[in-house]
Every structure is written in C-alpha cells, then in structure tokens.
Write a protein that binds this ligand. Sequence first.
Ligand SMILES: NC(=O)C1=CN([C@@H]2O[C@H](COP(=O)(O)OP(=O)(O)OC[C@H]3O[C@@H](n4cnc5c(N)ncnc54)[C@H](OP(=O)(O)O)[C@@H]3O)[C@@H](O)[C@H]2O)C=CC1
Ligand SMILES: O=C(O)C1=N[C@H](C(=O)O)C[C@H](O)C1
Length: 250
Amino acid sequence: MSELKVGVLGARGRMGSESVRAIEVAEGLSLVAAIDADDPLEALTDAGAEVVVDFTNPAAVMDNLRFCVAHGIHAVVGTSGFDDARIDEVRAIAAESPEVGVLIVPNFSIGAVLMMRFAQIAAPYFESVEIVELHHPAKVDAPSGTATRTAAMIAEARREAGSGPVPDATTTDPLGARGAVVDGVHVHAVRSRGLVAHQEVLFGDLGETLTIRHDSVHRESFMPGVVAGVRGVGARPGVTVGLDTVLGLD
Ligand SMILES: NC(=O)C1=CN([C@@H]2O[C@H](COP(=O)(O)OP(=O)(O)OC[C@H]3O[C@@H](n4cnc5c(N)ncnc54)[C@H](OP(=O)(O)O)[C@@H]3O)[C@@H](O)[C@H]2O)C=CC1
Ligand SMILES: O=C(O)C1=N[C@H](C(=O)O)C[C@H](O)C1
C-alpha cells in the first residue's frame, strides 16, 4: 500500500519541528513538504501532499486552510484561536469541497482530551467552576485553545443540566483579577519559564472541591494524537472539532 503524503505548515516552530520528526518515523506516512512562513503554499501541491498538519499561528491559519480545502488537501489543525465564529467560518470554507476533511484539535495530548472529558462529566454536579491554564512564556495567545474548548464543553453540560450562573459576589474588579469569562466560566492564564502546557479545572460545591489537572511536560505528548489525526482525517469529510472521535471516545 502506498504511503500517505503529509505536509507540515510551521515546520520550523516548536510544534511543527516535533511533528516533522514524528511523521518521518510513523509507519505508512511520508513527509513530502516542510513549510514555514517564507515558503509558498504551492510547495504542498507540487509535492502532492494529501494531508497537512498546521501548527502556525492564529493570524496565518485561515489562509492556509482556504488553500488546502481549495486544492483537495485534508487538514489537521493544531493552531489555536478557533472560537465558535471561526469554526463556522471553516465550515463555510469546507462546504466548497465536501470531500475534504478538516480536523481542528485544540489539544492533541491524550491526557488533555481526557481532562476535558472528565471536566464535562463533572460540570453538572458542582455549583462553581474555574479554569487555570498555565503555559510557557513564548505562547502568543491567551486564553489557550484548550481552556476555551474546556469552557465551552463545561458550559454546554451546565446548560443541559439546567445549572444557573456560577456564584460570584464580585462587584468591584478594576484590574481584572477575576480573569476572562469564556462561556460563563472564569479563565485565568499563567505564563512562566519552566512550563510547557498545563491546565487545572477547579470545581466546588458545599464542603468539597474537585481539581482535575493535566500536565504536558514535553511536546512529544502531542505526537501520538497528531499521527492519529493524520491517519484519521481523510475518513472524516467536513469539519470535526476535537480528537475524541478519532480516539473512539464518541
Ligand atoms: N493543538 C495542540 O495540541 C497544540 C497547539 N499548539 C498551537 O500551535 C500553534 C504553534 O505553536 P508553536 O509551535 O509553539 O509556535 P511557534 O511560534 O514555535 O511555531 C509557529 C511556526 O509557524 C511559522 N509560520 C508563521 N506563519 C506561517 C505561515 N503563514 N505559513 C507557514 N508557517 C508559518 C512560524 O514561522 P516564523 O517564526 O518565521 O514566523 C513558526 O515557525 C499555536 O497556535 C499553539 O497554541 C501548540 C501546542 C499544542
Ligand atoms: O501554545 C501552546 O504551547 C499550546 N497551545 C494549545 C492551546 O492553546 O491550548 C495546546 C496546548 O495547550 C499547548
């Protein structure tokens, strides 16, 4: 059987370079293009790429997706910045080439996928919830895509359960000490040397708290998920959000 031809966008970056290494050694995958900001996207079509992995930045990723979809190339997107409005935009782009799969994955690490799931399960049972995401100081965006996705999953679970807003008597917060509010969930972003990618979801109710924490201590934690996404995206036309279906969790 012929190997699946894969291109990496953002290939010299922290995640792109790790992905290049993972794809080079993965059985059945062949790295045909490693592209960075100064390379033309036509290098993908010239090399016959069938799937791309995008780890660029929120400002660049939409143009990359437009190119890939228009050229019938499946896309596995790790780049952050995908709120509901942006996902709807991708759905509109993908509708132009219905055979193409676009897999948008806020976090490829298996532990993080499970952390989000566990938070979703816990959400209806606690009156209070807050998210603390902690990352390396070179991260360009806040809050993280993982925190945004976790907040959305928690909010949906609370809505379905008929939960009200989280209790909070704060009326004065001139410096924004209570953090951002994403889908009704307070999100706090920490940036520090020594960190890679970490998140805590803190639940609270009468006389008890539950903390769900995940730590990526090395970027290799994301690679089994990236490789699974590359192998799975072609069988999923249209837009899929999250790695859950690829991992068989849905
Ligand atoms: N889903 C997940 O599991 C994970 C997602 N991420 C996300 O992935 C993204 C990248 O993170 P990270 O690797 O740390 O960032 P880096 O800044 O290390 O890498 C980004 C790379 O993309 C390149 N780039 C910029 N614009 C383009 C373009 N138009 N075409 C091709 N390449 C381009 C940059 O080149 P140059 O420096 O020359 O501009 C750089 O090499 C972020 O959004 C981050 O949040 C990160 C970790 C895990
Ligand atoms: O920039 C990072 O490093 C990460 N970005 C993703 C995010 O925004 O959630 C995934 C992971 O947290 C690492």
